[in-house]
Write a protein that binds this ligand. Structure first.
Ligand SMILES: Nc1ncnc2c1ncn2[C@@H]1O[C@H](COP(=O)(O)OP(=O)(O)OP(=O)(O)O)[C@@H](O)[C@H]1O
Ligand SMILES: [Mg+2]
Length: 148
């Protein structure tokens, strides 16, 4: 079953993500998808805060992945926008982090979905043009079929 959270503004999205960041456990993989400007980076910053990252989190513009120290574990923040396939991600060697002790958060994960672990949590952020400009529907789903 999907879990749906309706956000009415950037602060609500950040708070929701912060809670997920606090609850994240070793080996967790969080896949974020959604259009340009929908709120993926706002979500990531909130998540990182909940995870205990004190550094400023920015989008990895030149790298595919940035790592940050959380309270107990590292957070690996991927942005695979400029990658074209799972195969290409494999060639970078970055995939090993999906199977390590830290937590991974992957922006644009749908591009590399063939190499994302089964147990990953998929988070989709969408606008609804019939609603307020700041409205976002955030859907959580585990493709492996487990509980979100
Ligand atoms: N409910 C909401 N949740 C998140 N962001 C919102 C919301 N309402 C409005 N916004 C605005 O939407 C924008 C989201 O920007 P953000 O950089 O997080 O998007 P993004 O998905 O990372 O974009 P890109 O794909 O270009 O990296 C911000 O300007 C934010 O203020
Ligand atoms: Mg972004």
């Amino acid at each position: 079953m999907d879990e749906i959270f309706e956000s009415m503004g950037p602060e609500e999205t950040a708070e929701f993500a912060e809670k997920l960041g606090r609850e994240a456990r070793s080996g967790g993989v969080y896949c974020l998808s959604g259009d340009l400007g929908v709120g993926k980076t706002i979500f990531t910053k909130g998540f990182a805060k909940g995870f205990g990252v004190s550094e400023m989190v920015t989008s990895p513009t030149f790298a595919i992945m940035n790592s940050y120290e959380g309270t107990e574990l590292p957070l690996y923040h991927f942005d695979v926008y400029r990658i074209s396939s799972g195969e290409e991600l494999e060639e970078t060697g970055c995939m090993e982090y999906f199977y390590g002790d830290g937590v991974c958060l992957v922006e644009w994960a749908e591009i590399v979905q063939d190499v994302i672990p089964e147990e990953a949590l998929w988070i989709t952020i969408e606008k609804d043009y019939g609603r307020d400009e700041d409205y976002r529907r955030i859907t959580l789903r585990r493709k492996g079929g487990g509980e979100a």
